[in-house]
Design a binder for this molecule. Structure first.
Ligand SMILES: [Zn+2]
Length: 163
């Protein structure tokens, strides 16, 4: 994904400047050369199957972290993109987000905290605003309720689970 894939009639995009413009339902922006987008679709919740899968991924990756981007369809978070090299060992999953170009329909992110702390780290809070609005942290021991959702500014938020 690159700037050139987006039509922006009548103007040349200032490549290295901070810039925002609307593309369909999304705000696309660049900051210091990093392309990111933030969907403006109203998110109604997360699919229960996907949530179960995220908990399962957390369990299977333990004691390592996994990290994924979440995609929405028709306002429901229903898909994930596992980040390449995401089974990270000791490093924070957050650094792998830095290497991931973000596509359209990115609703947010999910990653695991093998230590079970269901709060975003400083690195998480720095990353969140760049990848959508909803950010799930899945914690050990990965039971049905061992997760929390946070907004891009790191505040806890409610996210409905949709069967
Ligand atoms: Zn984290």
């Amino acid at each position: 994904m690159s700037w050139r894939k987006f039509r922006y009639p009548g103007a040349v995009l200032p490549g290295k400047l901070r810039a925002f413009f609307a593309y369909q339902n999304e705000w696309i922006g660049t900051s210091a050369g990093t392309l990111f987008s933030c969907t403006m679709t109203t998110i109604r919740g997360i699919k229960q199957d996907l949530l179960r899968l995220l908990l399962e991924l957390g369990k299977n990756s333990h004691p390592k972290e996994f990290a994924a981007l979440l995609k929405e369809e028709d306002g429901v978070i229903s898909e994930l993109n596992l980040l390449p090299g995401t089974i990270t060992g000791s490093a924070s999953a957050s650094i792998f987000f830095d290497m991931m170009p973000l596509g359209t329909h990115t609703a947010g992110s999910a990653h695991s905290h093998p230590n079970g702390v269901l709060r975003p780290s400083n690195a998480d809070v720095n990353f969140f605003p760049r990848a959508g609005r909803y950010h799930l942290i899945i914690g050990s021991p990965y039971r049905e309720h061992d997760w929390r959702c946070f907004t891009a500014d790191g505040e806890p938020c409610d996210l409905a689970v949709i069967p």
